[in-house]
Design a protein around this ligand. Structure first.
Ligand SMILES: [Zn+2]
Length: 303
């Protein structure tokens, strides 16, 4: 195993958008290839990234419903001894969608843990009794003030970066008269002068967003390649931007806006309809030619 002591490390536990890849009920071309075991595509679980500054304790950014499976297949996150143990000391919540926080329920079982989240997400947890299954005597809920750095364990400093977002799908009807954005953040994690940003959702790359995306490595919203991808595929009625995700291609898209961003840029939170998942596709070639990488489950990055 790679020696991770004393260096900022990010492990991609899951790289896919909500639903995963293949998605259980999806018959799109790419899901069919993944289900058939085609070697040009890699199946992927829903987005979560584990980060450590010392290789000993880890914070998980984004708690996807696949977190149990992700932990089981990641040696660095398994118990080291004693009747109850985990190298996971914290969970950082940056979105309110099911695929961004349902994984918290996987982290029950009487384990000490710090949950870091901005106030709107803590309010959402407080309003949903099912999260009380996390024993408050062991699981601290810690409010993170956006843009104010704070330690989050493992020798890592956390800064929450607000991102343009949308309303979580399950609250859309209630909020229909008032279509304001729901809580959407990126997490910046720093240790020993190195930094990584995890930004799985961003509806628009504004000047403010552009200025905030400064890190050695930026994992960025790779949900859709084209804004109308879901509509064209007959899988939905909404554009990517309407769903809170700026497209990879097109005017104002990520290739256009982040083409000259310094540092490594890696697409994360990739929807199963996105042709960048297919090795050898023109879209995959286009992002690689532009200097972007495509995250995969198990990818290890040392900024
Ligand atoms: Zn699909």
């Amino acid at each position: 195993m790679v020696d991770r002591a004393g260096a900022l490390t990010a492990l991609v536990l899951g790289s896919a958008a909500g639903g995963g890849f293949p998605q259980w009920n999806c018959g799109c071309r790419l899901c069919a290839l993944a289900r058939a075991g085609d070697s040009r595509v890699r199946p992927a679980t829903q987005a979560s990234v584990a980060v450590s500054g010392d290789g000993q304790s880890w914070v998980v950014v984004g708690a996807s419903p696949d977190l149990r499976e992700q932990i089981l297949r990641t040696p660095a996150l398994q118990p080291r001894g004693g009747p109850r143990d985990s190298p996971i000391t914290g969970a950082v919540l940056i979105g309110a969608d099911v695929d961004a926080l349902a994984g918290l329920l996987v982290l029950r079982e009487r384990q000490r843990l710090d949950v870091f989240a901005p106030r709107p997400i803590l309010e959402l947890l407080a309003a949903n009794q099912i999260f009380d299954v996390l024993d408050p005597a062991l699981v601290r809920r810690i409010e993170v003030v956006p843009l104010e750095p704070m330690p989050c364990g493992g020798g890592v400093t956390l800064t929450m970066l607000p991102m343009p977002g949308k309303i979580p799908l399950y609250r859309e009807d209630r909020a229909a008269t008032q279509p304001e954005a729901g809580p959407t953040y990126a997490a910046k994690l720093e240790a020993q002068g190195r930094s990584v940003i995890i930004a799985p959702a961003c509806a628009e790359i504004t000047e403010e967003v552009w200025a905030r995306l400064r890190a050695d490595v930026v994992f960025f919203d790779g949900t859709l390649f084209r804004d109308d991808e879901m509509i064209v595929a007959g899988l939905g009625e909404k554009t990517g931007r309407r769903m809170g995700h700026v497209p990879v291609a097109g005017p104002g898209g990520t290739l256009d806006r982040l083409g000259d961003l310094p540092g490594r840029r890696i697409f994360l939170h990739i929807n199963n309809t996105n042709p960048i998942l297919l090795a050898g596709s023109p879209e995959r070639s286009a992002v690689e030619a532009a200097g972007f990488e495509v995250a995969y489950d198990g990818m290890e990055v040392r900024p």
